[in-house]
Design a protein around this ligand. Structure first.
Ligand code: FAD
Ligand code: PHB
Length: 420
Protein backbone atom coordinates (compact mmCIF):
# COMPACT_ATOMS: atom_id res chain seq x y z
CA UNK A 1 0.00 0.00 0.00
CA UNK A 2 1.16 3.57 -0.70
CA UNK A 3 0.13 6.77 1.00
CA UNK A 4 1.45 10.27 1.47
CA UNK A 5 1.27 10.37 5.27
CA UNK A 6 1.47 7.31 7.51
CA UNK A 7 0.07 8.14 10.93
CA UNK A 8 0.87 5.88 13.88
CA UNK A 9 -1.79 6.07 16.60
CA UNK A 10 -5.53 6.57 16.37
CA UNK A 11 -5.99 8.73 19.46
CA UNK A 12 -7.20 12.34 19.18
CA UNK A 13 -3.91 13.60 17.65
CA UNK A 14 -3.75 10.97 14.91
CA UNK A 15 -7.43 11.15 14.00
CA UNK A 16 -7.52 14.94 13.94
CA UNK A 17 -4.49 15.15 11.66
CA UNK A 18 -5.90 12.43 9.42
CA UNK A 19 -9.21 14.27 9.07
CA UNK A 20 -7.62 17.66 8.36
CA UNK A 21 -5.22 16.26 5.76
CA UNK A 22 -7.99 14.30 4.07
CA UNK A 23 -10.06 17.46 3.71
CA UNK A 24 -7.12 18.99 1.85
CA UNK A 25 -6.84 16.01 -0.47
CA UNK A 26 -3.73 14.60 1.23
CA UNK A 27 -3.78 10.83 1.35
CA UNK A 28 -3.13 9.24 4.71
CA UNK A 29 -3.50 6.02 6.65
CA UNK A 30 -3.86 5.69 10.43
CA UNK A 31 -2.49 2.60 12.17
CA UNK A 32 -4.00 2.03 15.61
CA UNK A 33 -2.81 -0.75 17.87
CA UNK A 34 -6.11 -1.25 19.68
CA UNK A 35 -9.74 -1.76 18.69
CA UNK A 36 -12.05 1.21 18.27
CA UNK A 37 -14.03 0.13 21.35
CA UNK A 38 -10.86 0.08 23.43
CA UNK A 39 -9.85 3.57 22.31
CA UNK A 40 -13.35 4.86 23.04
CA UNK A 41 -13.32 3.21 26.47
CA UNK A 42 -10.46 5.41 27.73
CA UNK A 43 -11.71 8.27 29.88
CA UNK A 44 -9.25 11.14 29.91
CA UNK A 45 -9.46 14.83 29.11
CA UNK A 46 -12.53 16.91 29.76
CA UNK A 47 -11.51 20.51 29.17
CA UNK A 48 -10.86 21.88 25.68
CA UNK A 49 -9.43 25.31 25.00
CA UNK A 50 -10.82 27.43 22.22
CA UNK A 51 -7.85 26.68 19.91
CA UNK A 52 -8.72 23.01 20.04
CA UNK A 53 -12.41 23.72 19.49
CA UNK A 54 -11.51 25.86 16.46
CA UNK A 55 -9.47 23.05 14.94
CA UNK A 56 -12.37 20.62 15.45
CA UNK A 57 -14.55 23.06 13.48
CA UNK A 58 -11.95 23.27 10.74
CA UNK A 59 -11.97 19.47 10.65
CA UNK A 60 -15.77 19.62 10.20
CA UNK A 61 -16.42 17.45 13.24
CA UNK A 62 -17.55 20.06 15.75
CA UNK A 63 -21.33 20.03 15.41
CA UNK A 64 -21.98 17.86 18.47
CA UNK A 65 -19.25 19.59 20.50
CA UNK A 66 -20.86 22.97 19.74
CA UNK A 67 -24.29 21.61 20.60
CA UNK A 68 -23.54 19.57 23.70
CA UNK A 69 -20.26 20.98 25.07
CA UNK A 70 -20.58 23.35 28.02
CA UNK A 71 -18.85 26.73 27.84
CA UNK A 72 -17.10 27.58 31.12
CA UNK A 73 -15.90 31.10 31.84
CA UNK A 74 -14.12 30.27 35.08
CA UNK A 75 -13.25 27.68 37.73
CA UNK A 76 -12.66 27.51 41.48
CA UNK A 77 -9.60 26.84 43.59
CA UNK A 78 -10.58 25.49 47.01
CA UNK A 79 -8.25 25.76 49.99
CA UNK A 80 -8.52 26.08 53.76
CA UNK A 81 -12.26 25.40 53.68
CA UNK A 82 -13.07 28.17 51.17
CA UNK A 83 -13.19 28.48 47.39
CA UNK A 84 -11.93 31.31 45.21
CA UNK A 85 -13.19 31.82 41.69
CA UNK A 86 -10.75 32.37 38.84
CA UNK A 87 -12.43 34.48 36.19
CA UNK A 88 -10.92 32.88 33.11
CA UNK A 89 -12.84 35.05 30.68
CA UNK A 90 -12.15 38.33 32.44
CA UNK A 91 -8.48 37.58 32.97
CA UNK A 92 -7.75 36.41 29.45
CA UNK A 93 -9.59 39.09 27.55
CA UNK A 94 -12.58 36.93 26.66
CA UNK A 95 -11.38 33.33 26.44
CA UNK A 96 -13.42 30.47 27.80
CA UNK A 97 -13.09 26.69 27.68
CA UNK A 98 -15.40 23.96 26.43
CA UNK A 99 -16.17 21.07 28.74
CA UNK A 100 -16.53 18.11 26.38
CA UNK A 101 -14.97 14.70 26.99
CA UNK A 102 -12.01 13.36 25.03
CA UNK A 103 -14.06 10.20 24.49
CA UNK A 104 -16.68 12.25 22.66
CA UNK A 105 -13.99 14.11 20.70
CA UNK A 106 -12.60 10.76 19.57
CA UNK A 107 -16.08 9.45 18.74
CA UNK A 108 -16.76 12.53 16.59
CA UNK A 109 -13.40 12.16 14.85
CA UNK A 110 -14.13 8.51 14.06
CA UNK A 111 -17.51 9.54 12.65
CA UNK A 112 -15.76 12.17 10.51
CA UNK A 113 -13.24 9.63 9.25
CA UNK A 114 -16.02 7.15 8.44
CA UNK A 115 -18.04 9.78 6.59
CA UNK A 116 -15.14 10.69 4.30
CA UNK A 117 -14.04 7.09 3.87
CA UNK A 118 -10.77 7.68 5.75
CA UNK A 119 -8.52 4.69 6.35
CA UNK A 120 -8.06 3.82 10.02
CA UNK A 121 -6.64 0.34 10.55
CA UNK A 122 -7.39 -1.01 14.01
CA UNK A 123 -5.67 -3.86 15.82
CA UNK A 124 -2.52 -3.12 13.83
CA UNK A 125 0.08 -5.10 15.77
CA UNK A 126 3.85 -4.63 15.88
CA UNK A 127 3.81 -1.36 13.95
CA UNK A 128 7.37 -0.57 12.89
CA UNK A 129 8.71 2.46 11.04
CA UNK A 130 11.61 1.89 8.60
CA UNK A 131 14.11 4.04 6.67
CA UNK A 132 12.97 7.18 8.47
CA UNK A 133 15.95 9.15 7.23
CA UNK A 134 15.27 8.33 3.59
CA UNK A 135 12.91 10.02 1.13
CA UNK A 136 10.61 7.02 1.16
CA UNK A 137 10.10 5.86 4.73
CA UNK A 138 7.82 2.86 5.18
CA UNK A 139 5.79 1.21 7.86
CA UNK A 140 5.00 -2.38 8.57
CA UNK A 141 2.35 -3.88 10.80
CA UNK A 142 1.06 -7.33 11.48
CA UNK A 143 -2.53 -8.39 11.08
CA UNK A 144 -2.90 -12.01 12.08
CA UNK A 145 -0.09 -13.84 10.30
CA UNK A 146 0.28 -11.26 7.57
CA UNK A 147 2.92 -8.50 7.57
CA UNK A 148 1.63 -5.48 5.66
CA UNK A 149 3.89 -2.76 4.22
CA UNK A 150 2.88 0.88 3.72
CA UNK A 151 5.16 3.23 1.78
CA UNK A 152 4.83 6.89 2.72
CA UNK A 153 6.39 10.30 2.23
CA UNK A 154 6.14 11.14 5.91
CA UNK A 155 5.50 9.25 9.11
CA UNK A 156 3.75 11.03 11.95
CA UNK A 157 4.08 9.54 15.42
CA UNK A 158 0.83 10.20 17.26
CA UNK A 159 1.10 7.07 19.37
CA UNK A 160 1.26 8.57 22.83
CA UNK A 161 3.92 8.25 25.50
CA UNK A 162 4.33 4.47 25.23
CA UNK A 163 4.24 4.28 21.43
CA UNK A 164 6.84 2.97 19.03
CA UNK A 165 7.59 6.21 17.13
CA UNK A 166 9.77 8.00 19.64
CA UNK A 167 11.50 4.72 20.47
CA UNK A 168 12.53 4.37 16.81
CA UNK A 169 14.71 7.47 17.05
CA UNK A 170 18.35 6.62 17.81
CA UNK A 171 19.25 7.63 21.36
CA UNK A 172 21.96 10.04 20.21
CA UNK A 173 19.45 11.95 18.05
CA UNK A 174 16.92 12.81 20.76
CA UNK A 175 17.05 14.28 24.26
CA UNK A 176 14.40 13.41 26.81
CA UNK A 177 13.56 15.28 30.00
CA UNK A 178 11.30 13.56 32.48
CA UNK A 179 9.91 13.86 35.96
CA UNK A 180 7.75 11.07 37.35
CA UNK A 181 5.66 12.00 40.37
CA UNK A 182 5.26 9.58 43.29
CA UNK A 183 1.46 9.80 43.09
CA UNK A 184 -1.33 9.38 40.58
CA UNK A 185 -4.92 10.51 40.09
CA UNK A 186 -7.69 8.09 40.95
CA UNK A 187 -10.59 9.09 38.71
CA UNK A 188 -14.26 8.15 39.01
CA UNK A 189 -16.99 8.75 36.46
CA UNK A 190 -20.54 8.61 37.85
CA UNK A 191 -24.01 9.27 36.56
CA UNK A 192 -24.69 11.93 39.14
CA UNK A 193 -25.39 15.65 39.09
CA UNK A 194 -22.06 17.54 39.30
CA UNK A 195 -21.45 19.17 42.67
CA UNK A 196 -20.60 22.50 41.02
CA UNK A 197 -21.46 24.09 37.69
CA UNK A 198 -17.76 25.05 37.34
CA UNK A 199 -14.68 22.91 38.05
CA UNK A 200 -13.21 22.92 41.56
CA UNK A 201 -9.48 22.25 42.00
CA UNK A 202 -8.98 21.52 45.72
CA UNK A 203 -5.78 21.78 47.69
CA UNK A 204 -5.83 19.80 50.94
CA UNK A 205 -3.31 18.32 53.36
CA UNK A 206 -4.70 14.85 52.57
CA UNK A 207 -3.88 15.45 48.90
CA UNK A 208 -5.27 17.15 45.81
CA UNK A 209 -8.84 16.63 44.56
CA UNK A 210 -10.73 17.76 41.48
CA UNK A 211 -14.46 18.06 40.82
CA UNK A 212 -15.12 18.03 37.10
CA UNK A 213 -17.98 17.00 34.86
CA UNK A 214 -18.96 15.81 31.43
CA UNK A 215 -22.53 17.07 31.47
CA UNK A 216 -25.23 18.04 33.94
CA UNK A 217 -25.88 14.33 34.61
CA UNK A 218 -22.33 12.98 34.38
CA UNK A 219 -19.66 13.85 36.94
CA UNK A 220 -15.92 13.26 36.87
CA UNK A 221 -14.01 13.39 40.15
CA UNK A 222 -10.36 12.77 41.01
CA UNK A 223 -8.36 12.30 44.21
CA UNK A 224 -4.58 12.14 44.38
CA UNK A 225 -3.40 8.69 45.59
CA UNK A 226 0.02 7.06 46.17
CA UNK A 227 1.32 5.19 43.12
CA UNK A 228 1.40 2.03 45.21
CA UNK A 229 -2.44 2.02 45.39
CA UNK A 230 -4.51 0.05 42.91
CA UNK A 231 -8.12 0.50 41.85
CA UNK A 232 -9.09 -2.55 43.92
CA UNK A 233 -8.01 -0.69 47.07
CA UNK A 234 -10.72 1.89 46.42
CA UNK A 235 -14.36 0.90 46.91
CA UNK A 236 -16.86 3.52 45.79
CA UNK A 237 -17.64 4.34 49.43
CA UNK A 238 -14.00 4.88 50.28
CA UNK A 239 -13.60 7.14 47.24
CA UNK A 240 -16.60 9.33 48.12
CA UNK A 241 -15.52 9.63 51.77
CA UNK A 242 -12.01 10.65 50.73
CA UNK A 243 -13.28 13.17 48.19
CA UNK A 244 -15.63 14.75 50.76
CA UNK A 245 -12.82 15.04 53.29
CA UNK A 246 -10.74 17.14 50.84
CA UNK A 247 -13.50 19.61 49.90
CA UNK A 248 -14.83 22.67 51.77
CA UNK A 249 -17.76 21.61 54.03
CA UNK A 250 -20.31 23.49 51.93
CA UNK A 251 -19.23 21.61 48.78
CA UNK A 252 -18.89 18.23 50.53
CA UNK A 253 -22.42 18.62 51.90
CA UNK A 254 -23.83 19.13 48.41
CA UNK A 255 -21.99 16.17 46.82
CA UNK A 256 -24.34 13.66 45.18
CA UNK A 257 -22.77 10.21 45.17
CA UNK A 258 -23.62 7.13 43.14
CA UNK A 259 -22.20 4.01 41.60
CA UNK A 260 -18.95 4.54 39.67
CA UNK A 261 -19.20 3.67 35.99
CA UNK A 262 -15.44 3.97 35.43
CA UNK A 263 -12.59 4.01 37.88
CA UNK A 264 -8.92 4.20 36.97
CA UNK A 265 -5.58 5.49 38.23
CA UNK A 266 -3.52 7.72 35.95
CA UNK A 267 0.18 8.04 36.80
CA UNK A 268 1.46 11.60 36.58
CA UNK A 269 4.56 12.70 34.73
CA UNK A 270 6.15 15.70 33.07
CA UNK A 271 8.05 14.78 29.96
CA UNK A 272 9.41 16.39 26.84
CA UNK A 273 11.52 15.03 23.99
CA UNK A 274 13.38 17.21 21.54
CA UNK A 275 13.74 17.64 18.65
CA UNK A 276 10.31 16.42 17.56
CA UNK A 277 11.64 15.43 14.14
CA UNK A 278 13.95 12.68 12.99
CA UNK A 279 14.39 12.43 9.23
CA UNK A 280 10.89 12.15 7.84
CA UNK A 281 9.32 11.17 11.18
CA UNK A 282 7.51 13.86 13.16
CA UNK A 283 6.27 13.36 16.71
CA UNK A 284 3.02 14.93 17.88
CA UNK A 285 1.01 15.02 21.08
CA UNK A 286 1.77 12.76 24.03
CA UNK A 287 4.43 10.96 21.95
CA UNK A 288 6.58 14.08 22.36
CA UNK A 289 5.41 15.72 25.57
CA UNK A 290 3.30 15.06 28.64
CA UNK A 291 2.12 17.43 31.32
CA UNK A 292 0.31 16.30 34.46
CA UNK A 293 -3.47 16.65 34.01
CA UNK A 294 -3.67 19.40 36.63
CA UNK A 295 -3.32 22.04 33.94
CA UNK A 296 -5.82 20.44 31.52
CA UNK A 297 -3.30 21.05 28.76
CA UNK A 298 -2.18 17.74 27.21
CA UNK A 299 -4.83 17.45 24.55
CA UNK A 300 -4.64 21.16 23.83
CA UNK A 301 -0.87 21.02 23.32
CA UNK A 302 -1.39 17.99 21.07
CA UNK A 303 -3.85 20.02 18.99
CA UNK A 304 -1.25 22.77 18.66
CA UNK A 305 1.27 20.24 17.25
CA UNK A 306 -1.36 19.03 14.81
CA UNK A 307 -2.16 22.57 13.73
CA UNK A 308 1.46 23.32 12.80
CA UNK A 309 2.10 19.91 11.21
CA UNK A 310 -1.07 20.11 9.18
CA UNK A 311 -0.24 23.55 7.82
CA UNK A 312 3.35 22.55 7.11
CA UNK A 313 2.22 19.49 5.15
CA UNK A 314 -0.41 21.41 3.24
CA UNK A 315 2.10 24.14 2.41
CA UNK A 316 4.63 21.56 1.35
CA UNK A 317 2.54 19.55 -1.04
CA UNK A 318 1.77 21.93 -3.85
CA UNK A 319 5.50 22.12 -4.56
CA UNK A 320 5.90 18.41 -4.36
CA UNK A 321 2.96 17.68 -6.57
CA UNK A 322 4.28 20.23 -8.96
CA UNK A 323 7.59 18.45 -9.13
CA UNK A 324 5.98 15.09 -9.59
CA UNK A 325 3.17 16.18 -11.86
CA UNK A 326 0.71 14.43 -9.57
CA UNK A 327 -2.85 13.99 -10.71
CA UNK A 328 -5.50 14.70 -8.13
CA UNK A 329 -8.93 13.59 -9.18
CA UNK A 330 -11.46 16.06 -10.47
CA UNK A 331 -14.95 14.67 -10.59
CA UNK A 332 -17.08 17.75 -11.13
CA UNK A 333 -16.82 20.82 -13.29
CA UNK A 334 -15.21 23.60 -11.35
CA UNK A 335 -14.24 27.19 -11.40
CA UNK A 336 -10.56 27.74 -11.77
CA UNK A 337 -8.22 30.18 -10.09
CA UNK A 338 -4.88 30.17 -11.85
CA UNK A 339 -1.72 31.08 -10.09
CA UNK A 340 0.82 31.24 -12.90
CA UNK A 341 4.45 30.21 -12.96
CA UNK A 342 5.65 33.64 -12.00
CA UNK A 343 3.65 33.55 -8.81
CA UNK A 344 5.74 33.44 -5.71
CA UNK A 345 5.48 32.47 -3.03
CA UNK A 346 3.03 29.65 -3.45
CA UNK A 347 -0.05 29.91 -1.27
CA UNK A 348 0.74 29.46 2.36
CA UNK A 349 -2.76 28.62 3.34
CA UNK A 350 -5.04 26.34 1.43
CA UNK A 351 -8.16 28.17 2.39
CA UNK A 352 -10.31 30.49 0.43
CA UNK A 353 -10.52 33.44 2.77
CA UNK A 354 -12.59 35.46 2.24
CA UNK A 355 -14.82 33.36 0.00
CA UNK A 356 -13.96 33.74 -3.63
CA UNK A 357 -16.85 35.24 -5.61
CA UNK A 358 -16.79 32.06 -7.68
CA UNK A 359 -18.24 30.17 -4.72
CA UNK A 360 -21.58 31.76 -5.48
CA UNK A 361 -21.82 29.60 -8.55
CA UNK A 362 -22.09 26.54 -6.31
CA UNK A 363 -19.18 24.93 -8.14
CA UNK A 364 -16.01 23.94 -6.32
CA UNK A 365 -13.35 26.59 -6.68
CA UNK A 366 -9.99 25.14 -7.52
CA UNK A 367 -6.58 26.65 -7.59
CA UNK A 368 -3.99 25.62 -10.10
CA UNK A 369 -0.53 26.56 -8.95
CA UNK A 370 2.22 26.67 -11.48
CA UNK A 371 0.07 26.30 -14.56
CA UNK A 372 -0.58 28.80 -17.33
CA UNK A 373 -3.64 29.52 -19.33
CA UNK A 374 -3.10 30.09 -23.01
CA UNK A 375 -5.85 30.22 -25.55
CA UNK A 376 -8.39 28.94 -23.04
CA UNK A 377 -6.28 25.95 -22.12
CA UNK A 378 -4.57 25.21 -18.86
CA UNK A 379 -1.09 23.99 -19.65
CA UNK A 380 1.86 22.69 -17.72
CA UNK A 381 2.30 20.66 -14.57
CA UNK A 382 0.04 21.98 -11.85
CA UNK A 383 -1.22 21.26 -8.45
CA UNK A 384 -4.95 21.29 -8.69
CA UNK A 385 -6.75 21.11 -5.41
CA UNK A 386 -10.20 21.67 -4.01
CA UNK A 387 -9.03 24.80 -2.28
CA UNK A 388 -7.71 28.19 -3.08
CA UNK A 389 -5.37 30.89 -2.01
CA UNK A 390 -6.31 34.14 -0.42
CA UNK A 391 -7.25 35.46 -3.82
CA UNK A 392 -6.98 39.10 -2.89
CA UNK A 393 -3.31 38.81 -1.98
CA UNK A 394 -2.25 36.83 -5.03
CA UNK A 395 -1.62 39.46 -7.61
CA UNK A 396 -1.27 36.82 -10.28
CA UNK A 397 -4.62 35.18 -9.67
CA UNK A 398 -6.83 35.50 -12.68
CA UNK A 399 -10.46 34.69 -13.17
CA UNK A 400 -13.65 35.92 -11.71
CA UNK A 401 -15.98 34.55 -12.36
CA UNK A 402 -13.48 32.62 -14.43
CA UNK A 403 -13.53 30.01 -17.10
CA UNK A 404 -15.43 26.89 -16.35
CA UNK A 405 -13.24 23.84 -16.40
CA UNK A 406 -14.04 21.07 -18.76
CA UNK A 407 -11.85 18.09 -18.46
CA UNK A 408 -11.31 16.02 -21.56
CA UNK A 409 -10.97 12.94 -19.37
CA UNK A 410 -13.32 11.83 -16.62
CA UNK A 411 -10.77 12.72 -13.97
CA UNK A 412 -7.57 14.71 -14.15
CA UNK A 413 -5.98 15.70 -17.38
CA UNK A 414 -3.22 18.19 -17.86
CA UNK A 415 -5.13 20.12 -20.43
CA UNK A 416 -8.34 21.80 -19.49
CA UNK A 417 -10.47 23.73 -21.89
CA UNK A 418 -12.34 26.72 -20.65
CA UNK A 419 -16.01 26.29 -21.38
CA UNK A 420 -16.68 29.98 -21.74
P1 FAD B 1 -3.06 9.23 23.06
O1 FAD B 1 -4.40 9.70 23.50
O2 FAD B 1 -2.21 8.52 24.05
O3 FAD B 1 -3.28 8.33 21.79
C1 FAD B 1 -2.25 7.52 21.26
C2 FAD B 1 -2.85 6.38 20.46
O4 FAD B 1 -1.81 5.62 19.88
C3 FAD B 1 -3.67 5.42 21.32
O5 FAD B 1 -4.92 5.22 20.71
C4 FAD B 1 -2.82 4.17 21.36
O6 FAD B 1 -3.60 2.98 21.45
C5 FAD B 1 -2.08 4.24 20.04
N1 FAD B 1 -0.79 3.53 20.06
C6 FAD B 1 0.11 3.43 21.06
N2 FAD B 1 1.17 2.69 20.68
C7 FAD B 1 0.93 2.31 19.41
C8 FAD B 1 1.65 1.53 18.47
N3 FAD B 1 2.84 0.99 18.79
N4 FAD B 1 1.12 1.33 17.26
C9 FAD B 1 -0.08 1.89 16.92
N5 FAD B 1 -0.81 2.63 17.78
C10 FAD B 1 -0.31 2.85 19.01
N6 FAD B 1 -5.65 17.14 28.36
C11 FAD B 1 -6.35 18.29 28.20
O7 FAD B 1 -6.04 19.07 27.27
N7 FAD B 1 -7.40 18.63 29.00
C12 FAD B 1 -7.78 17.83 30.03
O8 FAD B 1 -8.76 18.14 30.72
C13 FAD B 1 -7.03 16.62 30.26
N8 FAD B 1 -7.37 15.77 31.26
C14 FAD B 1 -6.69 14.61 31.43
C15 FAD B 1 -7.05 13.77 32.46
C16 FAD B 1 -6.36 12.58 32.67
C17 FAD B 1 -6.73 11.70 33.82
C18 FAD B 1 -5.29 12.21 31.79
C19 FAD B 1 -4.53 10.93 31.98
C20 FAD B 1 -4.94 13.05 30.73
C21 FAD B 1 -5.63 14.25 30.54
N9 FAD B 1 -5.29 15.12 29.50
C22 FAD B 1 -5.96 16.30 29.36
C23 FAD B 1 -4.23 14.76 28.54
C24 FAD B 1 -4.80 14.12 27.27
O9 FAD B 1 -5.65 13.06 27.57
C25 FAD B 1 -3.66 13.64 26.36
O10 FAD B 1 -2.75 14.70 26.20
C26 FAD B 1 -4.18 13.17 25.00
O11 FAD B 1 -4.79 11.92 25.11
C27 FAD B 1 -3.05 13.07 23.97
O12 FAD B 1 -3.55 12.54 22.76
P2 FAD B 1 -2.63 11.73 21.74
O13 FAD B 1 -3.51 11.34 20.61
O14 FAD B 1 -1.39 12.49 21.49
O15 FAD B 1 -2.17 10.43 22.55
C1 PHB C 1 -11.45 16.06 33.50
O1 PHB C 1 -12.62 16.49 33.47
O2 PHB C 1 -11.17 14.88 33.26
C2 PHB C 1 -10.35 17.02 33.82
C3 PHB C 1 -10.65 18.36 33.95
C4 PHB C 1 -9.63 19.25 34.28
C5 PHB C 1 -8.36 18.78 34.47
C6 PHB C 1 -8.06 17.44 34.31
C7 PHB C 1 -9.06 16.54 33.98
O3 PHB C 1 -7.36 19.65 34.82
Amino acid sequence: MKTQVGIIGGGPSGLLLSQLLHLQGIDNVVLEKHSREYVLGRIRAGVLEHGFAKLMREAQVADRMDREGEIHDGFYIAHDGVKDRVDLKGLTGGNSVVVYGQTEVTRDLYAGRDKLGGIVIHNAEDVQPHDLESDRPWLTYRQGDEIVRIDCDYVIGCDGFHGVSRKSIPKDRITEFERVYPFGWLGVLSRTKPVSPELIYARHERGFALCSLRSQVLSRYYVQVPLTDSVEDWSDDRFWDELRSRLPAEVAGALVTGESIEKSIAPLRSFVAEPMRYGNLFLAGDAAHIVPPTGARGLNSAASDIYYLYHALVDHWPRRLLAQGARPRLERPALLVVDDLAAAPFPRRQRLRPPHPGHRSGLPVLVAVGAQVAGGELRGPAFLGPCAVDWRRQATCRLSPGPRLKSTEPHWTRTFRAAT
